[in-house]
Ligand binder design. Structure first.
Ligand code: FAD
Length: 405
């Protein structure tokens, strides 16, 4: 059998209401069935063993905490343990990168360096173009490239095998693969994406790589792929890097509930109604478009989520939400604060990545006019992240505490 993309491509929840509906539809499968079958990939439009919630969770249309608690309520912690652990991989990766932001900067530098190598090495450039065009002759890989571009999603096992084939069979720079994922995945997350690619390459857990295996791909794809082209027989770790320095976790001052306050919404956390604040907002703002260089599909998904969050914030807090120009956001935020006589602007904390960098620049522009940008960290992150300094299994021991009432 040869796999092809279905005519009707799967859609992923782009609003909180859609995400909640998807969560409730998936909950019956989040117990022991998930533990048994989650590695099986029936293909786009046919998946029943995984939730497809990652684009919503990544932008916090739903939080890891509410999804984990719903699964535990439905099945009990013992039966839901695997599903909760997978959710917690995301929490772990985010906490890990938050304390080692240098790894994000190294990824960006490695991607720029690899782009320069493409100009200097025609053979590398040719292999890269074949990979991007889905013309490697490895049927599973070529299908996944098309699926990634057409749907903005790949099953976890496909992602692991894709990254492994990219690095060890096609011998392409890992950072170019991570950049390709970052551009296309609807759930593209600086932490989960960068650290998962590093994990496959043997840079996260030193010496431990992931080697894609043809027989396993045939089995987990339920025979959709033949994988007759040879895959790398060995997956030797990439040369080790010096450890990244560990920095303290952010500690933001509390907002002052007595002062006139504006709210700023961004795509790192799109559920203002579940944020741990009891503040009266005078007005809110968000950008009119998302920045960076995402695929058209990823842009549409993120912007739909942001528009949904703006609607919900307007309704929940009874306020206007202004959309400010993305290309001169710092200046527009200063103007916004001045026009509304705001003493402070409050926003959800953004984990390491482009949005956090932008918030920093906005904070500097506002501080120059005496207006603090107060970032608020969710309790889940504050409790979990300190445990994310080592490996995942040490972190996972704290899951029961995290879920305590
Ligand atoms: C190379 C590579 C790159 C990846 N890049 C990303 C990324 O940019 N963003 C992202 O959210 N995930 C990433 N993942 C992790 C994982 O593949 C996706 O989260 C998962 O496939 C999402 O599908 P789902 O929602 O159906 O998952 P489910 O199996 O239904 O899991 C439920 C939720 O748990 C979380 N989750 C599950 N598995 C993982 C995991 N291994 N690591 C982190 N979180 C997990 C997700 O939020 C997911 O929605 C990557 C994995 C690999 C190997």
């Amino acid at each position: 059998m040869h796999a092809s993309l279905p005519h009707e491509l799967p859609a992923f929840p782009a609003t909180r209401a859609e995400a909640l509906a998807r969560l409730h539809a998936f909950l019956p499968n989040a117990g022991q069935a998930y533990a048994r079958h989650r590695n099986l990939d029936e293909g786009p439009g046919a998946r029943t063993h995984v939730s497809g919630l990652s684009p919503a969770i990544r932008r916090r249309l739903l939080t890891e905490e509410e999804v984990a608690r719903a699964a535990v309520q439905a099945h009990g912690l013992a039966a839901a343990r695997k599903f909760v652990e997978e959710l917690c991989w995301r929490t772990y990766f985010r906490g890990h990168l938050e304390q080692r932001p240098e790894l994000w900067r190294r990824f960006l530098a490695a991607a720029r360096q690899a782009e320069r190598e493409l100009d200097a090495q025609p053979d590398l450039a040719r292999r890269y173009e074949h990979a991007l065009a889905g013309r490697t002759g490895i049927d599973a890989f070529d299908f996944w490239v098309e699926e990634l571009k057409a749907t903005g999603y790949l099953h976890n096992h496909a992602r692991m095998c894709f990254a492994s084939i990219w690095i060890f069979t096609l011998r392409l720079p890992w950072a170019l693969g991570a950049a390709l994922f970052f551009r296309h995945l609807l759930d593209a997350c600086p932490a989960a994406n960068t650290l998962s690619w590093r994990w496959v390459a043997g840079l996260h857990t030193p010496g431990k790589t992931y080697r894609a295996d043809a027989a396993i791909i045939r089995r987990t794809s339920l025979g959709r792929f033949r994988v007759t082209a040879p895959l790398a027989a060995r997956a030797a770790p990439l040369p080790p890097e010096p450890p990244a320095p560990c920095v303290p976790l952010p500690r933001w001052p509390e907002p002052d509930p007595e002062r006139r306050t504006g709210l700023f919404l961004h795509t790192e956390d799109l559920s203002p109604e579940t944020m741990p604040w009891s503040l009266r907002f005078a007005v809110a703002a968000a950008t009119d478009r998302i920045g960076g260089d995402p695929s058209a599909l990823k842009r549409r998904h993120a912007e739909a989520g942001l528009a949904d969050a703006c609607r919900r914030a307007a309704e929940q807090f009874g306020i206007d939400v202004e959309r400010l120009p993305e290309d001169r956001l710092e200046e527009a935020m200063v103007d916004f604060a001045g026009r509304h006589g705001l003493w402070q602007i409050v926003t959800p904390h953004a984990a390491v990545g482009p949005v956090a960098d932008r918030l920093e620049r906005i904070a500097e522009a506002l501080a120059a006019r005496g207006v603090p940008l107060v970032r608020v960290l969710r309790a889940w992150d504050r409790r979990a992240w300190p445990h994310a300094t080592g490996g995942f299994f040490a972190f996972a021991r704290h899951i029961p505490e995290l879920l305590a009432p």
